[in-house]
Design a protein around this ligand. Structure first.
Ligand SMILES: NC(=O)C1=CN([C@@H]2O[C@H](COP(=O)(O)OP(=O)(O)OC[C@H]3O[C@@H](n4cnc5c(N)ncnc54)[C@H](OP(=O)(O)O)[C@@H]3O)[C@@H](O)[C@H]2O)[C@@H](O)CC1
Ligand SMILES: [K+]
Length: 215
């Protein structure tokens, strides 16, 4: 079953109000995406993994993935597309502050795409259901870098620049090898399998009762 982005936000908020906090949803989302990535690669030990992180909760999922991938022995670099004090949400901030205590994960901020290594895997945690309008900097440069880099790419929830409701694309958008979306498929995503690559919808522990009155 495919749902609307509005329904997803309503379900998310109802689950949060039931006590299944967005922080827990984010943890399960990041963990599910990492499981699919590790399943695909067999193991990610000492793979160079570059995670682009937006300032919202799509980025937050990427921060959770960074912590889990460090646990699998990957060489993880996080590029935050802004400054830490501008991270939008409490749950994303919470995950950033954990990474600040983890020397095993390299943290970069500001959005430059000048890296001194070639990534084996890129994670697109730039934009998800919160996308609106033409892609602004530094998100645009990050999306262009991802498209110009030849390696395996995983999109968190949706390839950034693809509108998960309509299936329309912004002026620029990522083309990925795998997309892991959460809870239920959003209506626009399956319209662009050319951008999503292998597509998975992973449960993240939201109580089914959170859908009552919404679906
Ligand atoms: N639903 C669920 O159950 C769960 C959802 N989860 C995750 O949350 C995600 C939704 O998070 P979200 O609402 O924070 O929005 P998100 O996509 O991060 O973008 C907002 C940021 O992007 C920016 N921005 C927007 N447009 C832009 C543009 N054109 N060009 C440049 N920047 C632009 C915008 O900036 P602003 O407009 O505020 O200045 C803001 O900073 C969802 O996709 C999923 O991954 C999981 O945690 C698990 C549970
Ligand atoms: K994304």
């Amino acid at each position: 079953m495919e749902i609307t982005v509005e329904q997803m936000y309503n379900i998310e908020n109802k689950g949060h109000d039931m006590g299944f906090l967005k922080k827990f949803m984010m943890e399960n989302a990041g963990a599910a995406a990492v499981r699919r990535l590790v399943e695909k690669f067999g193991n990610v030990e000492s793979k160079n993994i570059l995670i682009f992180v937006g300032m919202g909760n799509n980025g937050g999922d990427g921060l959770v993935m960074a912590r889990h991938l460090a646990g699998y022995g990957a060489k993880v670099t996080v590029m935050l597309l802004g400054t830490p004090e501008n991270i939008k949400t409490e749950e994303s901030n919470w995950n950033w502050s954990i990474l600040e205590k983890m020397p095993s994960v390299k943290l970069m901020t500001g959005g430059s795409t000048d890296f001194n290594f070639n990534p084996d895997i890129i994670v697109d945690g730039i934009l998800g259901t919160g996308i609106s309008g033409e892609i602004r900097e530094p998100y645009a440069s990050a999306i262009n870098y991802i498209n110009q880099t030849n390696c395996y790419k995983l999109a968190v929830d949706v390839p950034s620049g693809l509108d998960p409701q309509t299936g329309e694309t912004a002026n620029i958008y990522t083309k990925c090898d795998m997309t892991v979306t959460f809870h239920k498929m959003k209506q626009g995503i399956p319209k662009r399998k050319d951008l999503t690559g292998e597509l998975f919808a992973e449960k993240i522990g939201i109580p089914p009762e959170a859908e009552e009155g919404i679906l």
